[in-house]
Design a protein around this ligand. Structure first.
Ligand SMILES: C[S@@+](CC[C@H](N)C(=O)[O-])C[C@H]1O[C@@H](n2cnc3c(N)ncnc32)[C@H](O)[C@@H]1O
Length: 261
């Protein structure tokens, strides 16, 4: 084994040990629960636009985008545009490093506020972005996204819109089959399931009704019913636990779904 291989192996071993450390996991959940009262997830910008993600998840997405080299990234939930600008900027870096020159991001939001739209459209990364306004589960929106993904070999999907079980499950049914083999369908805010129920009293979602319960239900469905991906192959995802083990702090436990075939 050379030095690089042994370094990689050491990382895997350490991440597995971190993942098995219950005390560390509780510390992380406590940190996230305490920080949520200050809306910690709202604190960051990417290239000038507010991104509603934790720094750890942003780094994980950078690793995924580099590894997958997607031609298309599909994102539900635009808000201020930070995650769209992030994805577009990663595709720009991939291109600068010899990757796909014309890779694109398509973002969907039910309500793109005019000041957000203006700021996104004026951003230098907008050249890689298309925005669709409407519900991510509306048939006409799903059809447009499916058409856009149609001739693409490498597609990455990120779901971050309405966090109810039913909505996320419908998004998974619509968009997860567009994920290419080896790529990911990332479902954000699965953490809701691990937080105290009274944290979401003014929300439509909470314990038992959130993105994580939708992921579990979707994976059960894939196990029990044979599903075919958009590329015509059988569809199978696995939760990439190594990502959350190494992140320690994430809003997407059980949410990094890797298409394994
Ligand atoms: C958590 S924010 C998205 C954050 C963004 N991905 C980021 O990282 O900066 C959720 C967004 O989902 C949008 N949304 C809510 N329900 C939706 C639906 N049915 N379809 C599409 N978007 C929806 C909201 O308008 C809101 O802008």
């Amino acid at each position: 084994m050379n030095e690089q291989e042994s370094f990689a192996l050491e990382r895997v071993r350490n991440a597995l040990r971190q993942g098995a450390d219950g005390e560390l996991k509780n510390l992380s959940l406590n940190l996230l629960r305490q920080a949520a009262q200050y809306k910690y997830g709202y604190d960051f910008n990417w290239l000038g636009r507010p991104i509603i993600q934790l720094p750890q998840d942003i780094v994980a997405m950078q690793e995924i985008i580099w590894q997958v080299q997607p031609e298309l990234i599909i994102e539900t939930g635009i808000a201020h545009g930070g995650s769209l600008i992030f994805s577009a900027s990663m595709l720009e870096l991939n291109a600068a490093c010899g990757g796909t020159a014309d890779a694109k991001v398509i973002g969907i939001d039910i309500d793109i506020r005019s000041h957000d739209r203006k700021a996104i459209e004026e951003h230098p990364m907008f050249k890689r972005i298309t925005m669709l306004e409407g519900s991510s589960t509306a048939p006409e929106i799903v059809k447009r996204v499916q058409e856009t993904a149609n001739n693409k070999n490498k597609v990455l999907v990120c779901l971050d819109s309405n966090h109810t079980h039913d909505h996320v499950l419908a998004e998974l049914e619509a968009y997860a089959p567009l994920t290419s083999v080896g790529s990911y369908c990332v479902v954000f805010d699965t953490l809701v399931e691990d937080m105290p129920d009274d944290m979401f009293l003014n929300r439509q979602w909470g314990k038992g009704n959130n993105p994580k319960t939708a992921v579990w239900e979707y994976l059960r469905r894939l196990e029990n019913e044979s599903s075919i991906a958009a590329d015509g192959a059988p569809l199978r995802f696995e939760i990439d636990k190594m990502i959350e083990y190494k992140l320690l702090v994430t809003v997407a436990p059980d949410g990094y779904l890797k298409r394994v075939r």
